[in-house]
Design a protein around this ligand. Structure first.
Ligand code: 13P
Length: 276
């Protein structure tokens, strides 16, 4: 079923478990995310940002996500990831999304506050919850590189930001990066603890691929209620396609099924890890 409202995220936050949010680019990845959620019996979030829409088109990817969410046996949220475009946000609200992210993290604090307030007001009118970002998480969302450092989130600025914007969930920068880099990445859990003390809403961890499992669990315990994965699912998809092609199969359905299975396995493992 399509998840509506913020209750599931707040419940996860209260119970110190995490809801896994996975990026989709294709029908196969959307299917895999829903299957993984249903197989564990847990809430899950399908998300796509503007760059994923560039593949098959916004309306097509969004419609498929909403349709598969609706027929799923466990709750599935459909979320717009990293949007900087208010018109794109409006379009997704109109499609029937559960939640949207307005990413004003590259703007000044005051401009980020103003933009986020505007989106919160419009989204809430439609029962859609909003994630924003303060601080800046390094790395590219759609491919891995050797990333520059993040601008870590200041706990007091985060508290003021939530207070002034009324945002429902906040993505914070505590050292994770988008993508898997060669340099090992560690979370600043002491900083997270200070942020969690000052910020009264569920926190969001971006760049969860490749993180140490213990650090990830500790972050969830400390308030990271939505945890975003992209690269590990993307890599499982591409590895499966390569394997199918090496096998010289021209059976497209077999290739699709293998890809769905490979991604669902990764997603299943991540959901279990966050809900243990
Ligand atoms: P990873 O690609 O590192 O998993 O990050 C995903 C993400 O944060 C999407 O917003």
């Amino acid at each position: 079923m399509l998840s509506r409202g913020i209750d599931e995220l707040r419940e996860a936050w209260t119970n110190k478990v995490g809801i896994a949010a996975f990026t989709t680019y294709t029908l196969e990845s959307t299917r895999a995310i829903c299957e993984a959620g249903s197989s564990v019996g847990s809430s899950v979030i399908i998300q796509a940002g503007s760059s994923s829409f560039a593949g098959v088109g916004r309306r097509i990817l969004a419609s498929a996500a909403l349709a598969m969410a609706a027929e799923s046996s466990s709750p599935v949220g459909v979320h717009l990831d990293h949007s900087t475009d208010v018109n794109e946000i409006r379009a997704c609200i109109e499609f029937g999304y559960s939640s949207v992210m307005i990413d004003g993290s590259h703007q000044s604090f005051e401009d980020n506050v103003a933009l986020t307030r505007l989106v919160v007001a419009e989204a809430h009118e439609h029962g859609v919850w909003v994630e924003a970002e303060l601080g800046a998480i390094a790395g590219e969302e759609d491919f891995s590189g050797e990333s520059e450092t993040s601008e870590l989130t200041d706990p007091f600025a985060a508290s003021e930001f939530v207070d002034r914007t009324g945002v429902d969930a906040l993505a914070v920068a505590i050292g994770s990066v988008h993508g898997i880099s060669r340099k090992p990445v560690h979370l600043d859990l002491a900083l997270l603890a200070r942020i969690a003390q000052t910020v009264p809403v569920p926190l969001v961890l971006h760049g969860a691929s490749g993180l140490d499992e213990k650090e990830l669990r500790a972050a969830v315990q400390c308030g990271m209620a939505k945890v975003n994965f992209n690269t590990e699912l993307r890599r499982a998809y591409l590895a499966s396609l390569r394997e199918s092609i090496d096998g010289r199969s021209d059976d497209v359905v077999r290739v699709q099924h293998a890809a769905i299975r490979a991604m669902a396995e990764v997603a299943h493992e991540k959901i279990r890890l966050l809900t243990r």
